[in-house]
Unconditional design. Structure first.
Length: 78
């Protein structure tokens, strides 16, 4: 289990300009970034034992984070 926060800048190195541009120009993309940050924060808080979640709850959050990240990646490629 890793307790390193998975920031979008770390997940998509070199895409900072595109992330910022899409955030400003695309409301859906901006919503995805907000959702990703919220879910990622919950995962990180669970990993560092600030918030105690069951393994199933943490796994569900990781899966949700992965789906959001996949959609962000698709939009960055377009």
């Amino acid at each position: 289990m890793s307790n390193t926060p998975h920031t979008l800048q770390a997940e998509f190195p070199g895409e900072t300009v595109k992330l910022s541009a899409l955030k400003v120009s695309n409301a859906h993309f901006a919503k995805l970034l907000t959702e990703y940050d919220a879910v990622n924060d919950k995962v990180h808080r669970s990993e560092t034992r600030i918030d105690l979640l069951s393994e199933a709850e943490e796994a569900a959050l990781r899966k949700q984070r992965s789906h959001i990240k996949d959609e962000i990646a698709r939009m960055l490629r377009d």
